[in-house]
Design a protein around this ligand. Structure first.
Ligand code: FES
Length: 170
């Protein structure tokens, strides 16, 4: 059985992305939940809340610390959409491509965001200002096309207004 200190030596990939204080916080979360059945998802949630994302090095640490196969940790991280393996931007843009939004110009709005930020859906800008996602419906079809930035819903968005919307988020 590996202890947390042993797992530190085993875990190398991407370790330098996190500070010693962040690794201590991650280890504390794992230790707190160790030996508790069904603790994998709560542990990963808590780690993501603490450091923002769950790259391979953290998946390895969790697997070794909780004594579960790495494949199981990886499976959970990739199955649930709320887990992310890459750093997130300070703001998340969600462009709706559901039918109502699509036929009213949603794709054009998405293209405008892509052109403005030089990223594709699923990516984050190099300065970590924005992450970009597409969604299939935001439940506001009557206001299509809809685009969300964080919790703000922008309605009946014209592609000519996209740049203006984005610039309001630092
Ligand atoms: S299709 Fe876009 S909000 Fe429903």
């Amino acid at each position: 059985m590996n202890t947390i200190s042993e797992t530190k030596e085993l875990t190398q990939t991407g370790e330098e992305e996190f500070s010693p204080a962040q690794w201590s916080a991650i280890d504390a979360i794992i230790e707190r939940h160790k030996f508790k059945p069904g603790s994998l998802i709560p542990v990963l949630e808590e780690i993501q809340e603490t450091v923002g994302y769950i790259p391979t090095c953290i998946q390895e640490r969790a697997a070794l610390g909780l004594i579960v196969p790495l494949s199981e940790v990886h499976g959970v991280v990739t199955f649930y959409h709320f887990f992310t393996t890459t750093p997130r931007g300070r703001h998340t843009i969600r462009c709706c491509l559901g039918t109502a939004c699509y036929v009213r110009g949603g794709q054009g709005n998405l293209n405008e965001v892509i052109e403005e930020l030089h990223i594709s859906p699923g990516d984050t800008t190099a300065d970590r200002r924005f992450s970009l996602e597409t969604v299939r419906c935001l439940g506001a079809c009557g206001l299509a096309p809809v685009m969300m930035v964080d919790e703000d819903t922008h309605r009946q968005v014209k592609s000519s207004k996209v740049q203006e919307i984005i610039k309001d988020y630092d």
